[in-house]
Design a protein. Sequence first.
Length: 116
Amino acid sequence: QVQLVESGGGSVQAGADLRLSCAASTRFFSTYNLAWFRQAPGKGREFVAVVNFNGVRTNYADFVKGRFTISRDNAKNTVWLQMSNLEPDDSALYYCAAAPAEYDYWGQGTRVTVSS
């Protein structure tokens, strides 16, 4: 069973930065694509960013607008989401997900609240 544990969320003012972390308990970490999703209150879950298994390729949702960066370290079994210039609309529960094929494994989420 793969466990994903997110951390780094918090309450910040608009314009601030946060760095989310997701640590995974699997020896197959380096074979998985990893992604971040988010879900705001009353809304559906939406894709934020993904990094491929070796960290070479990334893809982002349009709303990221160059503010977020996803990265990973396979030696540490960890993926990060660096978020800059946060906006109130970025407030959500942020999840990481691991994809051996589909997004089969999910963490419990870390909450980000951005006030104006």
